[in-house]
Design a protein. Structure first.
Length: 311
């Protein structure tokens, strides 16, 4: 029988884990030609998530888990799950059931019958999300697709089923600052997209607030585009030209009309504006330098404290 590894990042999801396992097991029993392997990754949870996972691992030998020594983030959790998967196909899912398990059989059929390497999912609606969050999410995809050569699909979820070959290619990229949506697209395998309406989580609360999503968006842009650096250079050139024109204007005005002392309020506003532009450009450079700094350190992407996976 072929095996599908289900990679499930978890952070403070003790209420959702039993519901998730029950729902996915229903699909497992329906698919006669495949067997499911569960890889739960406890991302330093502070609740009883690990205890819930241990319970299932004691009664089901296909339930594997990795528990981090602290919270390393979802990207690290996905990497750990992919790295420790052994299936012929690998599926990444959220434990809150916002990723419908009922799509897995259809995803499997596309991979085995239509020669796709990956079946990804994207939401066609954002019902249940705050309007301001949905607006910025759409703007992010528009901006990053203009800046980056790697295509990012609006509404794309991490929920996808991939072949072993594609996952092995993703694991070859061991960068510390990971942005998986971009990495999935960067490797370039043939992908089929399934669309579905947004589903509310079954239990618990979201761990991504607006601030975390904003930082995540910046990480994505920095990881897959040098556009902001080009923008800062263009702004520098533009303001140099404007300054040169302003100098010529002042010289000509002084020669023709004298030099009355006025315009101090406007001068102060201009100084503040240009200072803001300079700090903005320095911030862009700082983001890229910080990414380089973290990569050069060579720190591990995650540290496992406990696991039942034996190699």
């Amino acid at each position: 029988m072929e095996k599908i590894s289900i990679v499930v990042p978890c952070y403070n999801e003790e209420e959702a884990i039993p519901l998730f396992y029950q729902e996915v097991e229903k699909i497992n029993h329906l698919m006669k030609k495949v067997n499911f392997e569960y890889i739960f990754v406890d991302d330093g949870s502070k609740d009883k998530s690990l205890e819930e996972i241990r319970k299932f691992s004691l009664v089901d030998k296909n339930v594997k888990y990795i528990s981090f020594s602290r919270n390393f983030g979802k990207e690290a959790a996905m990497y750990a799950g992919l790295k420790n998967s052994t299936g012929d196909f690998i599926c990444v899912m959220d434990v809150d059931l916002q990723d419908p398990p009922t799509l897995i059989p259809e995803m499997y059929d596309y991979l085995t019958k239509d020669s796709y390497d990956c079946v990804g999912t994207r939401r066609t609606t954002r019902s249940g999300e705050p309007p301001i969050r949905s607006f910025f999410a759409r703007m992010f995809y528009k901006i990053i697709n203009k800046m980056s050569k790697t295509e990012m699909v609006d509404g794309a979820r991490d929920f996808r089923l991939m072949t072993r070959q594609m996952v092995d290619s993703i694991l070859e990229m061991k960068e510390y600052n990971r942005y998986s949506k971009g990495l999935f697209s960067f490797v370039g395998f043939r992908t089929k997209w399934l669309e579905y309406k947004n589903v509310e989580r079954v239990a618990g609360s979201t761990k991504f607030n607006f601030g975390k999503l904003f930082i995540y968006a910046i990480d994505g842009i920095a990881a897959f585009s040098t556009g902001p650096l080009v923008l800062s250079a263009v702004l520098g050139i533009l303001f140099c030209l404007l300054s040169f024109i302003a100098i010529l204007f002042i010289i000509i005005r002084t020669l023709c009309f004298g030099d009355p002392v006025d315009g101090w309020p406007s001068m102060i506003c201009i100084m503040f504006f240009l200072s803001g532009i300079q700090l903005f450009c320095m911030g862009i450079v700082g983001v890229y330098l910080s990414k380089m700094y973290m990569e050069i350190k060579g720190r591990p992407i995650y540290i496992a404290k406990e696991t039942n996976i034996r190699r």
